[in-house]
Design a protein around this ligand. Structure first.
Ligand code: EPU
Length: 415
């Protein structure tokens, strides 16, 4: 999928079934390194990032098969504990194999991930937490090499509740000797999903979803089956599409308890939104109103929601201030929105968004997964056609994106 052509659309009507959460399944796949045997993961989306993680596991010697939405991973007794540059470069989330490899194999060689389109992405907190558990690192030729005879439980205080650093530390601590306590841990639902998976494998992880996670190390873990939680970021994308087009949607399988703050914000903007026996119901009958947005770690408004929210604020009534507190460079797609007639000014990590009645379709470029999806949302609320190029970014994180939107009435084509 290289291009998405978006025609003015609306209203949207119907039901969309959410896929499994990208940011959960990638970590669950990394966790299969921790135990020998055959794992079965259900509700696994067919997205490019899952293919990348599957390639990484295969390159380490694991067997991976992805059929329908079931992913089977066969973890043999011996694996090659290396994540090569070609794969880490394709997907920086590959760094989450570091903790499991050190815990189970005692050594790891992982290419250093670079920055990306929304700024530098350091991994200092990942390394510091693993060092607290006894891992020793050196870096040479663009690779981090780590080893540890047996990790030992420790108290880890994260400077910032980093999702990836929390996940790496939890996955390392499950096989460490003794107790680990992670303070200021990230609280995202994907972390609770990972902890549930690890506990099913025989681990003892307590408090995931809260700022303090306690892990009591065990001697051995076992391969299990698990169903991945629904993707709350995909949900936010479709809710924004509804905000852009108007109409009424039911998001099947959506978990309102994972999206409290988002639902509150959309409600503030005039969307009628509530829980539904099948997930989440939402309706938009008139132009939305502006509301200020400030991104924060969970349970705050996720930085991943922001691009879609900016797309609908661009056509809402009034002025909004949007603050980005996680990723310094995550405003680049705004230049593309401005090319579509949006009235947005960026001041350091703030954007001032003055709503206009309609945007004007234009050729635009997707810089990353969420920015790409946000441009499609904006295109739905634009006069004329919007052509989103580099749409392959969207396929990294969305399963059947165009098809799902078309099914509820969006007029979009892919090529
Ligand atoms: N940070 C450091 N040092 C570290 C780790 C992080 O300074 O060692 C900083 C980052 O630079 C950033 C902040 O801490 O400013 C938060 O980063 P975090 O580690 O929480 O992010 P991540 O684990 O790399 C995951 C998601 C992102 C999502 C962020 C924030 C995955 C695969 N990725 O990234 O999702 O934006 O959490 O919620 O889970 C996406 O899905 O498109 C995506 C980018």
């Amino acid at each position: 999928m290289e291009r998405i052509v978006v025609h003015p659309s609306g209203p949207l009507e119907g039901r969309i079934r959410l896929s499994g959460a990208k940011n959960s399944v990638l970590k669950l796949m990394a966790a299969t390194v921790l135990a020998e045997g055959t794992f079965v993961l259900r509700n696994v989306p067919h997205i490019v990032d899952v293919d990348c993680m599957a390639d990484l596991l295969r390159s380490m010697g694991l067997g991976v098969d992805h059929c329908d939405n079931v992913l089977t991973v066969v973890r043999p007794a011996d694996i090659n504990p290396e994540a090569p540059y070609e794969l880490v470069e394709r997907m920086r989330a590959s760094i989450v194999v570091l903790g499991p490899l050190l815990a189970r194999v005692g050594r790891a060689r992982v290419a250093l991930p670079g920055g990306d389109d929304f700024g530098p992405r350091p991994i200092d907190m990942h390394l510091q937490s693993l060092e607290r558990l006894g891992a020793v690192f050196s870096t040479a030729h663009g690779y981090i090499e780590g080893h540890a005879d047996r990790l030992v439980g420790a108290r880890i205080f994260l400077e910032f509740p980093s999702v990836g650093a929390t996940e790496n530390a939890v996955m390392a601590a499950v096989l460490a000797k003794g107790e680990t306590v992670i303070e200021n841990a990230a609280r995202e639902p994907e972390i609770a999903d990972l902890a549930g998976f690890l506990n099913r494998m025989g681990a003892r992880v307590l408090g995931a979803g809260s700022p303090t996670i306690t892990i009591v190390g065990v001697e051995e873990l076992f391969a299990v089956e698990h169903e991945v939680i629904p993707d709350r970021i995909e949900a936010a994308t479709f809710l924004a599409a509804l905000g852009a087009c108007g109409g009424e949607l039911v998001l099947e399988a959506a978990r309102p308890d994972h999206m409290d703050m988002l639902m509150q914000k959309l409600g503030e903007m005039g969307m009628r939104i509530s829980t539904h026996p099948d997930g989440v119901w939402a309706m938009v009958g008139e132009r939305l109103r502006s509301a200020d947005v400030s991104t924060l770690p969970y349970p705050g408004i996720a930085t991943d929601y922001k691009p879609f929210l900016v797309s609908i604020l661009a056509v809402a009534e009034g002025v909004a201030i949007v603050a980005e507190n996680l990723f310094s460079g995550r405003f680049r797609y705004i230049d593309e929105l401005v090319r579509m007639g949006a009235d947005i000014r960026i001041e350091e990590h703030f954007a001032v968004v003055r709503g206009v009645r309609r945007l004007s379709g234009a050729p635009v470029r997707a810089h990353d997964i969420r920015a790409g999806a946000a441009l499609v949302v904006a295109g739905l609320a634009a006069d004329g056609d919007t052509v989103v190029s580099d749409a392959h970014h969207i396929a990294r994180g969305y399963e059947r994106f165009a098809e799902k939107l078309r099914a509820v009435g969006a007029d979009i084509e892919t090529s």
